[in-house]
Design a protein around this ligand. Structure first.
Ligand code: URA
Length: 480
């Protein structure tokens, strides 16, 4: 039998491969009778034109592997996949479970390499603001190992939906204009913008969180291969930090007892405040412009409520729902807070709700985004904005919900159990209570009920304090 030649497009031609598989299976053509070629102009060289044929039903695991493996740069990828499909459809439906099978082993390694490349792209793309552009536009340069542009697109759209961005790579480019994704031709490094004003912030942040005692250059290189270093503003600090790590460890040990106010990214951030915000709107524009400190968040979540509310509630950071909706306390913890406020007589609409950290930080596990607690360095980074927010709202009472809010408001890490109740945050009368998500995490109903009652009592006192003349300490109810 003559060999049939199927030509697929350069890159990850998933649609072309699917169509070819349907046709080849309908024609009952075994892998040994088919060759796959790759070209930008399929069909021009007298190769087989795969006609329309009925869809082929494959186990989910096989379909998922195909989506990944077509992204690999191995020219044999389509031939390998077709062998897999053929065998699965011809009596070896559970072939993927035979890990020792040479074909399965090879395809598995291929898919892993693609997944790893995707992971690197998700982690190491850094957008830079385009200069001389009145519109807010961003671009990033990245060098993937495989043809992963299309496979990576949804990750960036989900997280940077409200931004106008482009990712340029040597294998193609993609642009998201807040509504539509367009794929374009390959680009070169020179097409991408160089440093922007936010780089200093990244570098400063990295230096402040860099722990010299944990320096392990081999592990660092494995996790963040050197080829990506050029694109990451924070990595400009790495060589210097590694060289001086030994001395820095010694200094850290000497200083351990008084754990110092370390260099923080605050200064870099403050330098970015080219103008003093005069309103919450101006402040929020600055926060939005700076973008997330740790990449991933969809958008900044600003404080919400009357501009001169009497009570300001400060939480930790937006959660998954808050990140998607762009509003604070709208997820499960927020719903519980609203219920308790209502029961304590505090109208949510009359209070101002905000967070210590304005962007959602999470760990991706499968499709789930799991909340990840902000570090002290991150809290410090956002602190000047929180302070400015309070200065603009000028509330009578500031409520810290949980330990992160206490750290942000007081600059000190204090356990809630020791500090719960009335407090002072600089110029502001304050109150410290638990975070509502703490109540949601309690294991059994009885403890939950008890903790909720205590939280409700705190909110009742907060309500009373907000009504009281705090200067004279007179409360309308005998709450103190
Ligand atoms: N938890 C917070 O601390 N803030 C929110 O906005 C939501 C949940």
């Amino acid at each position: 039998m003559n060999l049939r030649r199927i030509t697929l497009k350069n890159g990850a031609d998933l649609d072309g491969f699917r169509k070819a598989v349907r046709w080849l299976i309908a024609e009952e053509l075994a892998p040994q009778h088919v060759v796959f070629a790759i070209d930008d102009a399929p069909g021009l060289f007298g190769d087989e034109q795969a006609g329309d044929a009925a869809p082929v039903s494959l186990p989910k695991g096989v379909a998922r592997l195909i989506e990944q493996v077509v992204c690999h740069h191995d020219p044999e990828r389509y031939a390998l996949l077709y062998q897999l499909v053929w065998r699965v459809l011809n009596g070896e439906r559970d072939l993927l479970e035979v890990a020792s099978d040479p074909l399965v082993h090879r395809i598995d390694l291929t898919a892993r390499s693609v997944r790893r490349d995707l992971h690197k792209m998700h982690a190491f793309v850094r957008f830079r603001r385009l200069k001389g552009d009145n519109l807010e536009r961003f671009a990033a340069w990245f060098e993937p190992e495989h043809f992963i542009l299309e496979a990576a697109a949804s990750f960036f759209i989900d997280r940077f939906r409200s931004m106008d961005w482009a990712i340029l790579t040597p294998i193609g480019s993609m642009r998201w204009d807040r509504a539509m994704l367009i794929f374009g031709p390959p680009a070169s490094r020179e097409d991408a913008p160089g440093e922007d004003s936010f780089e200093e912030g990244w570098r400063g942040y990295y230096e402040s969180v860099f722990n010299p005692a944990r320096v392990n250059p081999t592990a660092m290189r494995a996790e963040m291969p050197k080829k990506y270093w050029r694109n990451l503003p924070e990595t400009a600090a790495i060589p210097g930090l590694i060289q001086t790590a030994a001395q820095r460890v010694e200094r850290m040990i000497e200083q351990e007892a008084t754990m110092p106010a370390k260099r923080t990214p605050e200064r870099a951030l403050e330098a970015m405040w080219d103008q003093e915000p005069k309103s919450l709107k101006e402040l929020n524009a600055i926060i939005a412009k700076a973008g997330p400190l740790v990449p991933g968040a969809t958008q900044a979540v600003f404080g919400e409520g009357p501009a001169h509310a009497e009570i300001v509630f400060v939480g930790e950071q937006p959660g998954d729902q808050e990140d998607l909706q762009g509003r604070p306390f709208v997820g499960p913890a927020g719903k519980l807070l609203s219920k308790a406020m209502r029961e304590a007589g505090i109208e949510r609409e009359q209070a101002y709700l905000t967070n210590a950290v304005k962007h959602f930080k999470f760990e991706q596990r499968g499709h789930r985004r799991i909340h990840s607690k902000p570090t002290a360095g991150e809290v410090k980074h956002y602190r000047p904005w929180l302070m400015k927010e309070l200065e603009l709202v000028r509330p009578k009472l500031v409520v810290a919900l949980g330990a992160t809010a206490v750290l942000a408001l007081s600059g000190k890490a204090t356990p809630i159990t020791r500090s719960r109740g009335r407090a002072r945050f600089g110029a502001y009368e304050g109150y410290i209570t638990v975070h509502p998500s703490y109540l949601l995490r309690l294991p059994d109903e009885a403890t939950k009920r008890e903790a909720y009652e205590a939280f409700l009592n705190d909110l009742r006192r907060i309500h009373d304090l907000a009504q009281a003349d705090l200067d004279t300490g007179e409360l309308p109810l005998a709450a103190e």
